[in-house]
Write a protein that binds this ligand. Structure first.
Ligand SMILES: *[C@@H]1O[C@H](CO)[C@@H](O)[C@H](O)[C@H]1NC(C)=O
Ligand SMILES: *[C@@H]1O[C@H](CO)[C@@H](O)[C@H](O)[C@H]1NC(C)=O
Ligand SMILES: *[C@@H]1O[C@H](CO)[C@@H](O)[C@H](O)[C@H]1NC(C)=O
Ligand SMILES: [Zn+2]
Length: 443
């Protein structure tokens, strides 16, 4: 006997229905809620706030323990569609969610990734902008900005200049969200070009602006991260596939070298949230017709997955006092890689340092005490869904756990006020001039 209806019902997982079309807010919510219900043991859906027009800013978390952080499991995130008219990333992240949940327990790579990583996926940071664009259009349209006409990728505090703009609800929601988790690695997805761009987006002479670039002390890691993405995307890797007349060797670029911006999200993540973020430009056309979506998924799938695995680069661990109590707010940094705002252990005493293979001296400093130095050797091919684990027990006498740790906030903004001056707008660049004149912004 055959029961076709019954068979269909049993064999078709609910989510397999995700199609290659644009999912407006209502359908996107429906999809996310279905996933959260169907895969409740590995997903957690929550909204981190609301847009100007009151739409939820959804984040779907995928992981073995999706609701809470576990010591040793790094937090990763993807954010798309912060420019509402750059739409490819939004759909790619929905397909990524579908791919992750349907391959858990089937594909060993995906299963290991979900077991070792907590993955936060935000398909749209600017849902109002997306809804404001009426139909596909390859070039700039008004949906780029949020409902109050603010470009969200110019709306964050800036380390180098006073970015005195009205902080928008979408930006505030992301800033608050960054405080709730120790994010280690991130990417934000854009369109209008085809390149992986890494910090800084703004800078001063001390970061290299006289040479038309602005580099972080982790430049080797950032180039590697950007190349990890770009090299697995055939068109991005070529570096010249869009008609923007800019060539990107290997499909990667320093953000400032391309064109400086103030108040960008990737610099904010790196400087204030201890999170390495890069900016991915995924399509020459900002809002392509939906027939193109399958090919974008095919050309980005391997990159999206391989990039997530990079959250396991380098070294991680906990810092304890001599009695074995975890110590929060301890500065843990590699010597000669000091961050503008020192990277500190979280409330579990954890640190995560993204590093390429090699030998490093780690400087562990409890405020008010002499620094403690320890050496790490990060081997090649150490990456097996875990960074090298190195816990650090500080050899201090006394009750370190009871010590009042001073509030180590960042210095006042702009952080580089006393360094040689700089104004992004005066950078003599024909490209920047054209960008401004023609209103062809990407990132
Ligand atoms: C170690 O880190 C502390 C805190 O950031 C810093 O004050 C000190 O200069 C560092 N020492 C060395 C040798 O890098
Ligand atoms: C790598 O990870 C897999 C899966 O988690 C595990 O079975 C294997 O033992 C690990 N190998 C090493 C060398 O740690
Ligand atoms: C540290 O920050 C907390 C919360 O922001 C505040 O209540 C406390 O007074 C601060 N302590 C110092 C020493 O500034
Ligand atoms: Zn953009």
């Amino acid at each position: 006997m055959d029961f076709p209806c019954l068979r269909l019902g049993l064999l078709l997982p609910l989510v397999a229905a995700l199609d290659f079309s644009y999912h407006h807010q209502e359908r996107m919510e429906e999809f996310l809620k279905t996933v959260a219900q169907s895969y409740s043991s590995i997903t957690h859906l929550h909204s981190i706030g609301k847009s100007v027009e009151g739409r939820n800013l959804w984040v779907l978390v995928v992981g073995r323990f999706p609701k809470t952080h576990r010591v040793g499991i790094p937090e990763f995130k993807y954010v798309a569609n912060m420019h509402g008219d750059e739409t490819v990333g939004r759909e790619l992240l929905l397909h990524l969610i579908d791919y992750l949940v349907t391959n858990d327990g089937k594909d060993p790579d995906i299963t290991n990734l979900i077991s070792s990583t907590r993955i936060h996926i935000m398909p749209s940071m600017n849902p109002d902008g997306f809804e404001a664009v009426k139909k596909p259009d390859c070039y700039y349209s008004n949906g780029r900005e949020n409902r109050n006409n603010y470009d969200l990728n110019r709306n964050f505090p800036d380390a180098f200049v006073l970015n005195d703009v009205s902080r928008q609800p979408e930006t505030v929601a992301v800033m608050q969200w960054l405080k709730t988790e120790t994010f280690v690695l991130s990417a934000n997805l854009h369109g209008g070009a085809l390149v992986a761009s890494y910090p800084f987006d703004n800078g001063v002479q001390a970061t290299g602006t006289l040479f038309s670039r602005s580099l972080t002390p982790d430049d080797d890691v950032f180039q590697y991260l950007a190349y990890t993405y770009a090299s697995r995307n055939i068109n991005m890797k070529k570096g010249d596939q869009c008609k923007n007349k800019v060539k990107f060797p290997n499909g990667i670029t320093n953000g400032y070298s391309w064109y400086p911006i103030q108040g960008g999200m990737q610099d904010y993540n790196y400087i204030w949230a201890q999170c390495f973020e890069i900016t991915l430009e995924l399509s020459c056309c900002k809002y392509p017709r939906e027939e193109k979506l399958p090919s974008f998924w095919n050309s980005n799938k391997a990159s999206l997955i391989e990039y997530m695995k990079q959250v396991h680069l380098g070294v991680k661990g906990q810092v304890f006092d001599q009695n074995g109590n975890p110590l929060p707010n301890v500065i843990v940094e590699v010597q000669d890689r000091k961050h503008i705002c020192p990277y500190k252990t979280n409330k579990f005493g954890e640190y995560y340092l993204l590093l390429l293979p090699g030998s490093y001296i780690i400087n562990v400093t409890v405020p008010g005490y002499d620094p403690y130095f320890t050496e790490v050797f990060i081997p090649k091919k150490s990456q097996n869904f875990s960074a090298l684990t190195k816990d650090i027990r500080l050899p201090f006498q006394g009750q370190l756990n009871s010590i009042q740790v001073s509030n180590l906030s960042c210095p006042t903004i702009p952080l580089y006020r006393d360094l040689p001056g700089h104004s992004a707008a005066t950078k003599p660049s024909l490209f920047l001039f054209l960008v401004t004149l023609l209103h062809i912004f990407f990132k």
